[in-house]
Design a protein around this ligand. Structure first.
Ligand SMILES: *Cc1c(COP(=O)(O)O)cnc(C)c1O
Length: 366
């Protein structure tokens, strides 16, 4: 039969009347850029993240850039981030002329290894950006305490972790600032591009609101040179509808992860880590195997959608060749990139579909 990697149409069908009405309202009001629908979503999302402020923007990459602008990241600065992440975590560091400094992953958590963080800090370090990769919170207590000792702020890349909890607290609220992406395939996805920064800081929030809208607090009065990073009204309205369903969708993803875990337990694959006080929202369900390429091919032949997130670590990308970080610079991340495989994961996935994926994997190993 086959199982798609992701099925956005299934989600749309499940909420069609609400979405269609929300979009019609925006068009009826012609509230296309920022406006009341975006404002309402910002209030809802700040409350959801348990933070004081939410600044909605036009992508997750813009959110990360806006946060770094507000923090004053500048040429000559170093910004520490995880070696195993999507390139968008790193690009805004480069936009500011700062230098990305990577930290290898911890094999027990698949996130930035706090034990290697201290050694990466120099007098030039201005910011630490842990990534809640695949929806699993990074080891925030250890990262925050090392950062606090060094007097360096922490910005969470929560682009894959809407609604995840770490020791009871929401991702995005654990650092000085938290950045989210609402790219359509994310756990909370727009009908187009979108992103947001959340924070408790009044000063940073005010600066980010200004910078996302041409540096103006008041229309046509510009205090500083800013950007057009405004969120579209349609995205705000769609996201406000979808936010009401997010906890149910995340619960469904977690149930799917449990089923995958049970059905794959006796097979020679590394399963994603899971602990009670570090609750992933399973943006992706990623397994590890030395036979990754063969398994990927086998799944493809059976019509099972599987992908690699990500096949080449950021420091090994051509875009970052100038950093001169050759093979072996971050050995665990490089090994990880050769073994990982993301299985189909979305709320509307059925048990029968998960069973089919697991049968196919079992067939490969037998
Ligand atoms: C998706 C993503 C981003 C970027 O978000 P866009 O909305 O695509 O710009 C940043 N970091 C991570 C980890 C992501 O997965």
């Amino acid at each position: 039969m086959g199982v798609p990697f992701l099925d956005l149409k299934a989600q749309y069908r499940s909420i069609k009347p609400e979405i269609d009405e929300a979009i019609a309202s925006v068009v009826g009001d012609c509230a296309f850029a920022l406006g009341k629908y975006v404002l309402a979503f910002e209030q809802d999302f700040a409350a959801y993240c348990e933070t004081k402020h939410c600044i909605a923007v036009n992508s997750g990459t813009s959110a990360l850039h806006l946060a770094m602008l507000a923090l004053g990241i500048a040429p000559g600065d170093e910004v520490i981030t995880a070696a195993n992440t999507f390139i968008a975590t790193c690009e805004p560091i480069s936009y500011q002329g700062a230098t990305p400094v990577f930290v290898d992953l911890n094999e027990a958590t698949d996130t930035l290894d706090p034990a290697k963080l201290k050694a990466a800090i120099t007098p030039k370090t201005k910011l630490i950006v842990p990534v809640h990769l695949y929806g699993r919170p990074a080891e925030m207590d250890k990262i925050n305490s090392i950062a606090a000792e060094a007097g360096i702020p922490v910005l969470e890349d929560a682009a894959q972790a809407h609604g995840a909890r770490y020791k009871g607290r929401k991702t995005g609220s654990l650092g000085k600032l938290g950045c989210f992406s609402f790219y359509p395939g994310k756990n909370l996805g727009a009908y187009g591009e979108g992103g947001a920064v959340v924070t408790d800081s009044d000063d940073l929030a005010a600066r980010m609101r200004r910078l996302r809208d041409h540096g103006s607090d008041k229309k046509y009065y510009h205090r500083e040179v800013g950007y057009n990073y405004r969120m579209e009204g349609i995205q705000g309205a769609v996201l406000a509808v979808k936010l009401r369903h997010l906890d149910d969708w995340n619960a469904a993803r977690r149930a799917h992860a449990r089923r995958y875990r049970d059905l794959l337990a006796d097979l020679p694959v590394k399963l994603p880590p899971e602990e009670d006080d570090c609750q992933s929202v399973y943006h992706l369900f990623v397994i590890g195997t030395e036979k990754r390429d063969e398994l990927l091919k086998h799944l493809g032949e059976q019509g099972i959608g599987a992908l690699i997130h990500y096949p080449v670590p950021v420091h090994r990308q051509q875009a970052y060749a100038d950093l001169g970080l050759g093979e072996g610079s971050y050995p665990l991340t490089e090994k990880w990139a050769d073994r990982i495989l993301s299985l189909p994961m979305y709320a509307e996935l059925s048990d029968a579909q998960i069973d089919e994926v697991c049968e196919c994997i079992r067939g490969f190993f037998n």
